[in-house]
Design a protein around this ligand. Structure first.
Ligand SMILES: Nc1ncnc2c1ncn2[C@@H]1O[C@H](COP(=O)(O)OP(=O)(O)OP(=O)(O)O)[C@@H](O)[C@H]1O
Ligand SMILES: [Mg+2]
Length: 521
């Protein structure tokens, strides 16, 4: 049923990896009877809804998870890696959806972990940093100092370090699990150039993404999983985006690029002269009730940092907040004060800042709102369970029960829990940092519907996204950040993708260099 891709005028590419009857069962089956082939020198896109089994299948191939059923062969030989190291020895590598860098080590140490240049038992720092810098330049990261601890970089940069790491050493098969979820078009272009080079060397690539326009650019074939089953694999050139969506979710999904501007109400929050180092420089803006404002910009432009300053998560050098009453300053110097002032933040980094991973969906969803479910300090068991159950259904979180630990959920479903938490808490001003990161196209429509509902209820929303199409479809205004400054605010109707991009680049030097790193810690 799969078609062999043919390079122009060349013989069919040889099969590198073959899977037969692959299955995985935890409490319930999550993969069943999956047959597939992967050819040397091709990009196979793997798509499907959140929880469909994409990461699980990839982890089986990369040795991180063992299948319950089925067999794999690599270049004709039986292949059953017992660990990630096993797989890497055979040239099979994976960039994980959840970042696995060590935050306290430097960029260089993370990149070359296990390959540290040594002499008489001492690690040679200069050699290490040079090797790291060369590796980073491959994906266009020459501006990052390899000596910086990874924890000082924003999630977008961390994701790129993770990718650079997997490009080191011998590689026959590379799996990229949502590599671009927080990257903007500039970084994605660098990544795609590397993918082309790897393909030309005969490396087989599995590419997982919920951004369908990317799949159209990089993929030779598209494999669709639904509920752990292999639905279809077809050449990308035979498919439209709508075809892919239909086989993923079994229905049509509309994006609504041409929505009307929402009616903006009075000002809910005035942000004045926010400044922190070079990351955020003198940013002022007004958020109105009933509207959704977007924030666009390159990785490192200061978008996340601005949200964190408004939320009181980082200390500002200067600047202040006011509510509707201009004379009244809002005292927000910590997240606790922010929540009291009615401000919520959906974070981009669900692993370190968003969720308590070993805890259940129920605990995580109610974390921000214990007040609403408790009386006299005691949790009202039943009311809480009802509320969380409703949210889970509303956002279609795929799980066995609301008691399931969040670290057993798929990446996109974890993101829905982060979002559910703030739906549960009734705040007036909601800051959203990449709210649909890794969320599938159907569930994204559910999140957009909730954003709409909140705006209609008079809340003010400020949303950072690296996906310009998302901003253009959902927002009433879009502010563009560049090198820490808010360089321009567009009204709906004024913007085009080209104008937004030009603004995003405008404050950088001619050399096209983001000057500072987006701080995340
Ligand atoms: N350790 C585990 N224990 C129990 N269930 C698990 C475990 N790991 C994954 N699952 C379940 O397996 C199913 C498939 O998850 P997987 O991460 O493969 O989905 P995915 O297709 O990658 O989704 P996403 O697009 O959200 O990343 C999910 O329902 C998930 O909850
Ligand atoms: Mg996944």
């Amino acid at each position: 049923m799969s078609t062999v891709p043919v390079a122009a005028g060349a013989a069919p590419l040889p099969v590198l990896l073959q899977g037969r009857g692959i299955g995985k069962t935890y409490a319930t089956p999550v993969l069943a009877g999956v047959d597939f082939e992967l050819h040397a020198g091709e990009v196979l896109a793997l798509t499907g809804e959140n929880g469909a089994g994409k990461s699980t299948l990839s982890k089986i191939v990369a040795g991180l998870v063992q299948p319950t059923d089925g067999t794999l062969t690599l270049a004709g030989a039986p292949y059953a890696p017992a660990s990630r190291q096993d797989a890497e020895k055979l040239g099979v590598r994976m960039v994980m959806q959840e970042l696995s860098l060590v935050p306290t080590l430097s960029v260089a140490e993370n990149l070359l972990l296990g390959r540290l240049p040594q002499r008489f038992g001492f690690i040679r720092g200069d050699a290490l940093n040079e090797a790291a810098a060369r590796q980073m330049a491959l994906i266009g990261l020459q501006d990052i100092d390899p000596r910086l601890p990874v924890s000082t970089l924003g999630v977008g940069y961390q994701q790129m370090v993770e990718i650079a790491r997997s490009l080191i050493g011998e590689c026959r098969l590379l799996i990229l699990d949502e590599p671009t979820a927080t990257l903007t078009s500039r970084e994605i272009a660098h990544l795609f150039r590397q993918i082309e080079l790897l393909k030309a060397r005969g490396v087989a690539i599995v590419y997982i993404s919920h951004r369908l326009d990317e799949l159209q650019q990089v993929a030779d074939r598209v494999m669709v999983l639904r509920d752990g089953r292999h639905i279809d694999t077809r050449p990308m050139r035979d498919l439209t985006q709508a075809d892919v969506v239909r086989s993923m979710v079994g229905r049509d999904v509309h994006e609504g690029l041409d929505r009307e501007r929402r009616r903006a109400g009075p000002v809910a929050l005035r942000v004045r002269n926010m400044t922190r180092g070079t990351a955020v420089r003198d940013v002022s803006l007004d958020l109105h009730r009933g509207e959704v404002m977007g924030l666009a910009g390159l990785v490192g432009s200061g978008r996340t940092e601005l949200l964190r300053l408004i939320y009181g998560a980082d200390r500002k050098d200067s600047g202040f907040l006011q509510g509707n009453e201009p004379k009244l300053a809002l005292d927000v110097n910590s997240p606790v004060q922010a929540v009291r002032a009615g401000i919520g933040l959906v974070t981009e980094d669900r692993k370190s800042q968003g969720l308590l991973l070993p805890q259940s969906i129920r605990v995580n969803a109610t974390l921000a709102n214990l007040g609403a479910v408790s009386r006299g300090g005691w949790l009202q068991g039943e009311a809480e369970r009802d509320a969380v159950g409703r949210l889970r259904d509303l956002l279609r979180v795929r799980s066995d029960s609301i008691e399931q630990p969040v670290d057993q959920l798929s990446g996109g479903n974890q993101q829905k829990v982060v979002f559910a938490r703030w739906l549960h808490r009734d705040c007036d001003i909601l800051l959203l940092d990449e709210p649909t990161r890794g969320v599938d196209i159907g569930a994204r429509a559910d999140i957009y519907a909730q954003i709409d509902r909140m705006a209609a209820a008079g809340k003010a929303l400020l949303m950072v996204s690296s996906d310009l199409r998302e901003l253009m479809s959902q927002c009433d205004r879009i502010g563009v950040m560049s090198a820490g400054r808010l360089v321009r605010i567009f009204e709906r109707g004024q913007w085009t993708e080209q104008l937004l991009l030009e603004a995003a680049f405008s404050a950088y030097a001619a050399a096209d260099k983001p000057a500072s790193q987006e701080q995340s810690a």
